[in-house]
Design a protein around this ligand. Structure first.
Ligand code: G
Ligand code: G
Ligand code: MN
Ligand code: NA
Length: 256
């Protein structure tokens, strides 16, 4: 519980939480396609703590709505700053946890954040995992997703293929994009089962008119395979690791 109090304190005092950004690229021409925002916590005593460790804690103890609101506000403030500095325009994708859908008021947090920072909704994408989408506590999610899309947000299914769900929900849920989990990418191109799964997902996504982004691309051979199979976008250490906003800006300035 020490860590829980530390997290409450981090949210109250500021300066410890930070968003890193991992670039996503279009395979066709290597152009920037978007950025995934990933939360980091620099604990004053214990150093960097992974979101994999503190997000479950925040979810269990009712802190996730506050933490999620912080992420939304921080990402939008950063994008407004980039707009003022005339940095490249890129959609920022944030991860949405289950608790944000059924505890907090996600729609209000998004709408008020967009208005306050004057950022268009099309530049803020929402990543939800299958388990979040299908969590019954969230009620009927389809109309809520539909409303978020009407406002302009893109909706991506994160970690696609690793949940314990049937594919049937893809017929009913209004989403734009599948994020192919890195578990399927890791052993490409040699692993025949993974290659078959990836090709099948790409074919299905074309039929359903969904975009696909492959996660966890770490090697050139993986990239070449995905390009040959017609995957549109990639994200992974082969291209870029998640990095602080300042580092991204330095990189953009160098390129300009
Ligand atoms: O960045 P890293 O690989 O350490 O992330 C670990 C996990 O934490 C991933 O599943 C990622 O989706 C999740 N995560 C990272 N940032 C956020 C965030 O801002 N909100 C939520 N809900 N999850 C996040
Ligand atoms: O669950 P989600 O997809 O949101 O998790 C994103 C996490 O994946 C981040 O913590 C990020 O650091 C990590 N990640 C991003 N690219 C790669 C990669 O190429 N390889 C591995 N192993 N992890 C990655
Ligand atoms: Mn994600
Ligand atoms: Na993922």
């Amino acid at each position: 519980l020490g860590l829980l109090n530390d997290l409450r304190n981090a949210l109250a005092v500021g300066g410890q939480l930070e968003l890193y950004y991992q670039p996503q690229y279009r395979l066709e021409d290597d152009r920037l396609a978007g950025l995934e925002a990933l939360l980091r916590w620099r604990h004053p005593r214990d150093g960097m703590i992974s979101p994999g460790d503190f997000i479950p804690l925040a979810e269990r103890h009712g802190l996730m709505a506050t933490l999620g609101d912080w992420v939304i506000d921080q990402a939008l403030a950063q994008m407004a700053h980039w707009q003022r500095m005339e940095m490249p325009e890129a959609t920022v994708w944030i991860n949405i946890s289950a608790m944000q859908l059924f505890q907090g008021d996600l729609e209000t947090a998004l709408a008020s954040g967009l208005a306050r920072h004057r950022v268009p909704a099309r530049l803020l994408g929402l990543e939800l995992t299958e388990s979040v989408l299908l969590d019954e506590r969230a009620g009927d999610i389809a109309p809520r997703l539909e409303k978020l899309r009407r406002q302009g947000h893109g909706i991506a299914i994160d970690d696609f293929g690793t949940g314990y769900s049937s594919l049937g929900y893809l017929k009913h849920l209004p989403v734009d994009k599948l994020k192919l989990d890195r578990a399927f990418i890791h052993a490409l191109p040699g692993d025949r089962a993974d290659a078959a799964i990836v090709c099948a997902v790409l074919a299905m996504a074309r039929g359903l008119e969904l975009e696909v982004i492959a996660e966890g691309v770490e090697t050139e051979a993986q990239r070449d395979f995905l390009l040959a199979q017609g995957c549109a976008q990639v994200q992974g250490f082969f291209y870029a690791r998640p990095r602080p906003a300042a580092q991204l800006e330095a990189q953009w300035r160098e390129q300009a």
